[in-house]
Design a protein around this ligand. Structure first.
Ligand code: GDP
Ligand code: IMO
Ligand code: MG
Length: 428
């Protein structure tokens, strides 16, 4: 493995943080390349339990350079809280870098995210209300402020003044709320700038050089494939691309640098927020999964919607990203299930669909068609060798590999760093 991309294969929260925390031991660099603090990557390791929103999950290894890449949108307040929290738990953050090209989340982004969700009413997306959508919209509209702008107060003030004039017109005239104060935002961001200045620099050349030297570099995805702006369940998506294809743009690496694409999948399915989810279980099985796995959002605390594994969506995701292998997480949650279902196709309008529809109005009406596999009764969370897994668990994995046409290289059987079964030596 030289440059590996770690991607969420479903609707996010697959356990990407845990997988990166494991793989980072043998890496020299971990880079976040997309999303923002809508991400919540939980890590349980010897230093404690952490929910990282912006800082890459390699931060616990002092030898790993951790970079927040140009493709990320950064809320400086959240980032500083995260840095302070890590430091207060004894984790050194001096090996963190921030791309000067990364865009900043501004107070009006958060406010507009909230106001837009209110305006959508019953059709709300269920965003994390972190200002992600409005910040990416401003990046595309060329109205953004970037981390590098924090390094020059005059440039920052001039740019903020002209953008805020426009934003305040929208806030007061369209949303009919009071305007935001230029002075207050400027002062606040000057403070953030002073504190973050030591971390901000041009990062693409540093990343490119590491790749050229053949170092082990991990590109840590955020969100999940089915939340992708283009290929996800639009409009119930996030405002950036969680796909492997966006890792190059979000870091400055070439397509030719990538050597492994790892898809992280839960053994079942979860989703937070609105939008269709064909295998959602609103019965006691869904509730059992939620309570057993503590399926509550790491960023918003909202209960996650739970259901059986959806191999139709999984195949779509595996094809879009061309995964070389899969990290299968949360297999332990199925301990004690008499049988386990897996969705292999959908029924729509009397027809059987074996593909993931692009139109949410169709997906909303799709009924999952299931295959039922035998469960296992013994606990697997202490198992480290594949051969020791119950035969039924191995059969479940084999069927999933078959349906997604992709081998499993890593199996996670609990939240802790050591609760993992490693199958593919290429990754370690
Ligand atoms: P991420 O956003 O993809 O990093 O995932 P989250 O951290 O949001 O959600 C995954 C949750 O499952 C966290 O609470 C993890 O501690 C936990 N977790 C990760 N892997 C496993 C696993 O294999 N089994 C169990 N039971 N929990 C896991
Ligand atoms: P990680 O990296 C799960 C979801 C939100 C909402 C939609 C749009 O932890 O897997 P946004 O705030 O991005 O505009 O919200 O996307 N969402 C996530 N769901 N995990 C995430 O990140 C998510 N990031 C965004 O719940 O439905
Ligand atoms: Mg998460």
């Amino acid at each position: 493995m030289a440059v590996a991309i770690i991607i969420g294969g479903q609707w996010g929260d697959e356990g990407k943080g845990k997988i990166v925390d494991i793989l980072a031991e043998n890496a020299t660099m971990v880079i976040r390349f997309s999303g923002g603090d809508n991400a919540g990557h939980t890590i349980v390791n010897p230093y404690g339990k952490f929910s990282l929103h912006l800082v890459p999950s390699g931060i616990f290894y002092p030898h790993v350079t951790c970079i927040i890449g140009n493709g990320v949108v950064i809320n400086p307040a959240v980032l500083l809280d995260e840095i302070d929290n890590l430091e207060s738990h004894g984790t050194d953050t001096s090996h963190l870098m921030i791309s000067n090209r990364a865009h900043l989340i501004m107070p009006y982004h958060k406010l507009i995210d909230k106001l837009e969700e209110e305006r959508r009413g019953k059709k709300s997306i269920g965003t994390t209300q972190r200002g992600i959508g409005p910040a990416f919209a401003d990046k595309v509209a060329r109205l953004g402020l970037r981390a590098g702008d924090l390094l020059n107060k005059d440039i920052f003030l001039n740019r903020l003044r002209s953008v805020l004039e426009f934003k305040n017109a929208i806030l007061t005239k369209i949303y009919e709320v009071p305007p935001l104060s230029l002075e207050e935002i400027y002062e606040q961001y000057c403070y953030y700038g002073e504190r973050l200045a030591p971390f901000i620099q041009e990062t693409s050349s540093i990343i490119q050089q590491a790749a050229l030297r053949g170092e082990q570099v991990l590109l840590e995805g955020a969100q999940g494939t089915l939340l992708d702006l283009d290929f996800g369940t639009y409009p119930y998506v996030t405002s950036s691309s969680p796909l492997a294809a966006s890792a190059n743009i979000g870091t400055g690496l070439s397509l030719k640098d990538i050597t492994h694409t790892l898809g992280v999948f839960k053994a079942y399915t979860t989703r937070v927020g609105g939008g269709p989810m064909p295998t959602e279980l609103e019965d006691k099985v869904g509730k059992l999964i939620r309570e057993k796995a503590h399926e509550y959002g790491a960023t918003t605390g909202r209960p996650r919607r739970c259901g059986w594994f959806d191999a139709v969506a999984g195949r779509f995701s595996a094809r879009l990203n061309r995964f070389d292998s899969i990290a299968l997480t949360h297999l332990d949650i199925y301990d004690g299930f008499p049988t386990i279902k897996m969705c292999t196709s959908y029924k729509f309008d009397g027809e059987t669909l074996d593909y993931f529809p692009s139109d949410v109005s169709i997906l909303e009406k799709c009924q999952p068609l299931y295959e039922e596999l035998p469960g296992w009764q013994e606990p697997i969370s202490g198992i480290c060798n594949f051969a020791e897994l119950p035969a039924e668990a191995r059969r479940y994995i084999a069927r999933l590999e078959e349906l997604l046409s992709c081998p499993v290289s890593l199996i996670s059987v609990g939240a802790k760093r050591e609760q993992v079964i490693k199958l593919n030596p290429v990754l370690f």
